[in-house]
Design a protein around this ligand. Structure first.
Ligand SMILES: [Zn+2]
Length: 160
């Protein structure tokens, strides 16, 4: 049976384990390129997952530190989904055969950053379950992330 959705693999690790939320840290930083932030909007921002499930795995995140969907305001929900759609359009330039779009709420459900809710947008291709083993080399991962970041920035600029 083909494995199609394994949210528990989507751990987003900031490298350290202090109390500060990785998304809030990234928001406070002005180094968006290094943090793989694609753009900041009014109430949300979009960044690439440093530990992608597939090439092009991005996350759409509210700027406010809220853990659950129930706490989101109407404006935040609208912008989260608007930017989810925008990323799907941008990722179409990678010619995926499908997408997984989803939210893991709580550690038990596989949330890598349980205190700060976020939407995963994961482009899918046939046979892409081999992606992680292929990218076992850390150097290859970072080169690939940078290349993907540039491609996505170009795709986003074309969307206007
Ligand atoms: Zn946070």
């Amino acid at each position: 049976m083909q494995q199609i959705w394994a949210p528990w693999r989507m751990v987003y690790i900031g490298g350290d384990h202090d109390d500060k939320c990785i998304f809030c840290k990234i928001l406070e930083s002005d180094n968006d390129g290094e943090n793989l932030v694609l753009f900041r909007d009014d109430k949300t921002f979009v960044l690439m997952n440093r530990y992608p499930y597939t090439n092009g795995h991005v996350m759409v995140v509210p700027k406010r530190h809220v853990g659950d969907v129930d706490e989101l305001t109407d404006e935040e929900m609208l912008e989260l989904f608007k930017n989810t759609q925008k990323m799907i359009k941008a990722l179409r330039s990678f010619n995926p055969e499908g997408f997984n779009v989803g939210i893991n709420m709580g550690r038990i459900a596989g949330a890598g950053v349980p205190g700060h809710v976020h939407i995963h947008v994961v482009p899918r291709w046939g046979g892409d379950t081999n992606f992680m083993p292929v990218l076992g080399d850390v150097r290859v991962i970072s080169e690939s992330l940078e290349a993907t970041y540039q491609k996505l920035m170009e795709a986003l600029s074309k969307l206007g």
